[in-house]
Design a protein around this ligand. Sequence first.
Ligand code: AMP
Ligand code: GLY
Length: 429
Amino acid sequence: MVDILLLGSGGREHALLAKLAESPRAGRLFVAPGNGGMQALAERADVDANDPSAVAAFAREQDIGLVVIGPEAPLVAGVADAVRAEGIPVFGPDAEAAQMEGSKEFAKKVMERAGVPTAAWRSFTSRDECEAYVRELDGPCVVKADGLAAGKGVIVAQSCEEALAGVDECFSGAFGDAGATVVVEEMLAGPECSLLALVDGEHVVPLATSQDHKRALEGDLGPNTGGMGVYSPVPIVTDEELEQMIDIERRVVAQLAADGISYKGCLYGGFMLTKEGPKVLEFNARFGDPETQVVLPRMRADLVEAFLACDAGTLDEVEIGWGDDWAVSVVLASAGYPGSYETGKPITGIERAAELEGVTVYHAGTKLDDEGTLVTSGGRVLNVTCVAPTFEAARDGAYAACDLIDFEGKTLRRDIGLRALAGRGAWEV
Ligand code: AMP
Ligand code: GLY
């Protein structure tokens, strides 16, 4: 039996925890910090998830056999390095490899060396030079703060004015040190597709495709969010595009290895399916949120065994299968998200929703208050996932479950998956 410490508190971590708990090898389960839904499956560990030495000390003292790192911040802070230095297996890349997400400039340079397709780009540390370049482009472009900015450091600018405002935001410190270097990219068009892969330093095992809905409002309008809903697999992806995306991830991992960097964990490729083929928008060094909430429920594998194999370099010996079912997950958010919102609202109906066929409710921004009542505690509150034999049935099941759940200010998009159901032509407008 393997005792496990899982770091993080979102819907992604609840889905990871549920899948880890299914494994016959799972022993005691600890989470730091966890959320209102994870407490039923795991004990809360009183340790700062972003503090490498504190996490390593907890793992050593509790005789933990696997540390699973959910979010990017602990990876970039070097938590995996500190735990590996104790000889304890970790799921998640070391700090240097996590620069694939921690620095957009680093990732772009790796992509360039690996010769994989991505948007044309330039990076700047001088505001004047960056502004001059944006003026020269004189049209749509994408301005990105180099470092981690909690999903907010990307400005998709339709005009030179918007791009200049984005440059100003980055260099004036809106994203802290993350904006000290700015990447300006060519704007790409097409449907987006996420491809998560398990990686053990050498072998790359692609998981199922998924597609997030990043904008806050129906019709893909409004501000970018952490994700409002997701489905898997992505029916509009051709076999050829899938092969190309897998090949890109393999080449990137091989390039890192050639550079002396062993990438172990989940490599998340965010792709734009352009007319010239898939191009990389970004890499993340972790599972996606909410992509995990539709990918893991469809996966037929022992996740403890798979994660240990990623650390040990033996992923080629692990069997990972897939159901031929579909999964749709809808985010229930607090009114106002991704702007300011209220918290502490009691949540009802989760038990009834979870009784529906194929439905699982993953918690994100929830907590138990002092009286033990489940209340909202974040912008994205719950992920309501339904797995069913068809895309339509998975959508219907997820929305039926959403309608049984209530809290003051409950907000959701009603159009998750509709564009994909309409076919590839729905992106041609
Ligand atoms: P990123 O965090 O780099 O993936 O950016 C967040 C979102 O911004 C992506 O999911 C896309 O919707 C959009 N985006 C990023 N880069 C580009 C690009 N080069 N062209 C068009 N949209 C982009
Ligand atoms: N769903 C987007 C992300 O995890 O970054």
